[in-house]
Design a protein around this ligand. Structure first.
Ligand code: 13P
Length: 247
């Protein structure tokens, strides 16, 4: 059995002081656990301080984004190797905010995925449909095209070695969550798309996950954990969500 994952994406929030305080609260209360891995994604500029804070804990660290380029004259970018150098194990690629607000195409996301994996990071590939696409009945088509774009560049086996997070855009930061049935339906379509090679690929759900709705989502057969935004900024709430994965 592979590990279930509880992931906190802190987005662009907090100071170094608040990041360290949150990380240390999590570190104190999260027990090393054989079946669930906790991963946190602080803003880049806080990664170093957070890495030092959680060094003796079982919590893993990741970058919220990664450059598709290995190094060079790319002002403002952070490479996969730099993330590894800071102690990161994971990188988010293709978060809907990156796709929508920073114009990242599926092709760019695929290059980022490949760059992350080549440097030894585990990519968490984010996919998801807009409200309009859902209303038009295109959810599975959109999600499977986003995954296929990465498969075309990185190959099926490499996609299966990563983590995929289904985050419906209409549920991100809105307080609206996909119903457990809606989420499971997409997760099962993703599982089918990956085929046999993806039987052990962790599939996460994200989009307004909180302690009050997490249990039902995590009870679904193809949901292997959660990618949490807002509710990961409060240590107790995030720990409570994490406990529901174990349950
Ligand atoms: P919220 O949990 O705030 O909806 O954010 C989800 C998300 O985007 C995690 O990556």
């Amino acid at each position: 059995m592979f590990k279930l994952l509880i992931v906190g994406n802190w987005k662009m929030q907090g100071t170094v002081e608040s990041a360290v305080a949150l990380a240390s609260q999590l570190g104190e209360q999260w027990n090393s656990n054989k079946s669930v891995e906790m991963i946190i994604f602080p803003p880049f500029i806080h990664i170093s301080a957070v890495a030092a804070t959680i060094a003796e804990t079982a919590i893993s660290l990741g970058g919220q984004n990664v450059s598709e380029y290995p190094s060079g004259a790319y002002t403002g970018e952070i490479s996969a190797e730099m993330l590894v150098d800071q102690g990161c194990k994971y990188a988010l690629v293709g978060h809907s905010e990156r796709r929508a607000l920073f114009n990242e195409s599926s092709e760019t996301v695929a290059e980022k995925f490949k760059a992350a994996q080549s440097a030894g990071l585990i990519p968490i590939l984010c996919v998801g449909e807009s409200l309009q696409q859902r209303q038009d009945g295109q959810t599975v088509e959109v999600v499977s095209a986003q995954i296929a774009a990465v498969m075309n560049v990185a190959g099926l086996q490499n996609v299966c070695r990563a983590v995929i997070a289904y985050e419906p855009i209409w549920a991100v930061g809105t307080g609206e969550t996909a119903s457990p049935e809606q989420a499971q339906q997409v997760h099962s379509a993703i599982r089918a798309q990956l085929g046999e090679a993806g039987e052990a690929t962790p599939l996460l759900y994200g989009g307004s996950v909180k302690a009050a709705n997490a249990a039902e989502l995590f009870a679904q057969p193809d949901i292997d954990g959660g990618l949490v935004g807002g509710a990961s900024l409060e240590a107790n709430e995030f720990l409570n969500i994490a406990k529901l994965i174990e349950a």
